[in-house]
Design a binder for this molecule. Structure first.
Ligand code: ZN
Ligand code: ZN
Length: 435
């Protein structure tokens, strides 16, 4: 290739090779000799030096080009892709961060599929890049001019949102982040995949049980049809995704759904939210286990009894929840200060779609729940003035009181068998994957 090149052509070739391999010194010296070279692009795709550096994660070169203001952060290649899109596509998080810092526009659409950098991050499953772009959107002018939630649910040329793409490509982490940021769980695509598909249809098609679990926990509707009248269950069956079909079968019981409409949940402190999310997923894992049992012939023999015993002895040292007498108190209701476990908190707040419930109140004193926070672990738990120690004593005396929480038992999957559930299910799904 080098033979027919003019002197300039050779330099150009060296420049792109040096950028690709991250050779900062050569890039500098070639550009010193001929500063105009920076405006050159590759022959076929018309990539700029910044595109190549970003796609290959060459952060030093990206920084040099941007800091010295040698290039436009939003230069476009033949397909109208920005360097930010390529960095998001290849999961080059430091380049994504640097480009955004340098003012790269997150709201550019490529000419191939009409996709933004958010679509790229979701499609290729780079959750760190996805999170960075979403954080940038929250604080940028886009949140004001466009609206943050409109950006999260932005559609490509065929009507696919980033959530559709993440679900189709089997990226549960991205699905989770998008839902957590307000992605619409029941949005239908226009022409992408089968017209009218929801994220649940696409997850059923892709066969990702993890994505299906996330979508259902966020309230995805198992009965929503695509344009040809198919529900996600039918799609899973057609693609022989048996395990997915078991969870999507509309005649099976519904999982617990994250209570997103409740205002105080969206204002949850991060640590309380993490505890509740974990409890929800654990409860649904039990639900899942029951459903998956029916499609399996043989259960693996339980080989993890040791770790179960460990968990039980750990729990016995903690403050026990006065509602279930099973789990430790990890969540505190404010302002009253009463405490309970994450599972019982969820049982109060969660709803099955079939029976929506009124805003929850504290089960001990019936006062309005202003906030839910994670219980702080205090070293001096023997102190009787300490509310936690008081709770511990109360645990021995509140059996009668717990009778008034009978309603909780109507909520499926809570209480029993919490510690071994997560261990066994990982074995279960392994077996299913192999079949
Ligand atoms: Zn409890
Ligand atoms: Zn209370």
């Amino acid at each position: 290739m080098g033979q027919g090149l003019s002197c300039r052509g050779k330099d150009e070739h060296w420049l792109f090779t040096a950028v690709q391999s991250g050779d900062l010194e050569t890039v500098r010296s070639v550009l010193e000799r001929d500063p105009d070279l920076i405006r050159q692009t590759t022959v076929n795709d018309r990539h700029s030096a910044l595109h190549i550096a970003a796609a290959n994660g060459r952060i030093e070169i990206v920084s040099m080009l941007l800091d010295d203001r040698l290039v436009n952060a939003d230069s476009l290649n033949r397909h109208k892709q920005t360097p930010l899109m390529l960095a998001a596509m290849h999961g080059k998080i430091s380049c994504v961060q640097k480009l955004i810092e340098a003012g790269a526009n997150i709201l550019v659409f490529d000419s191939m599929n009409g996709r933004t950098c958010l679509h790229y991050a979701a499609f290729y499953g780079h959750s760190d890049c996805l999170q960075t772009i979403l954080s940038a959107a929250r604080t940028s002018h886009i949140a004001v001019s466009w609206g943050f939630s409109r950006f999260v649910n932005i559609r490509d040329g065929k009507g696919a949102t980033p959530l559709h793409l993440a679900a189709r490509q089997q990226h549960p982490d991205c699905v989770h982040i998008l839902l957590d940021n307000g992605a619409l769980v029941c949005a239908s695509t226009g022409g992408y995949s089968f017209p009218g598909s929801t994220p649940l249809h696409l997850a059923a098609r892709g066969g990702s049980i993890d994505c299906i679990r996330e979508l259902l926990a966020w309230g995805a509707d198992r009965l929503q049809q695509d344009s040809s009248g198919r529900i996600p269950y039918t799609v899973a069956l057609k693609h022989k995704n048996e395990a997915c079909a078991a969870l999507l079968n509309p005649s099976s019981p519904e999982p617990l759904v994250w209570p997103s409409p409740l205002k105080f949940i969206s204002e949850l402190h991060q640590d309380a939210k993490a505890l509740l999310e974990q409890a929800l997923m654990e409860a649904n894992r039990e639900w899942e286990k029951t459903l998956l049992k029916s499609i399996k012939q043989s259960l693996p023999s339980p080989s993890h009894s040791d770790s179960v015993d460990d968990n039980i002895s750990q729990v016995s040292e903690m403050e026990v929840c006065c509602i279930c007498f099973d789990q430790e108190c990890t969540i505190e209701v404010q302002d009253c200060g009463h405490q309970m476990c994450a599972q019982c908190t969820l049982a109060l707040c969660c709803h099955n779609k079939s029976r929506p419930s009124p805003p929850p109140v504290c089960p001990f004193c019936r006062s309005k729940i202003e906030r839910l926070v994670a219980v702080e672990v205090k070293a001096d738990s023997q102190d009787l003035n300490n509310p936690k120690a008081w709770k511990s004593r109360m645990a021995n005396n509140c059996i009668e009181e717990s009778c008034s929480f009978k309603g909780l038992s109507a909520v499926p999957s809570f209480g029993k068998g919490r510690s071994h559930g997560s261990i066994r299910i990982s074995v279960d799904t392994e077996c299913i994957d192999k079949t």
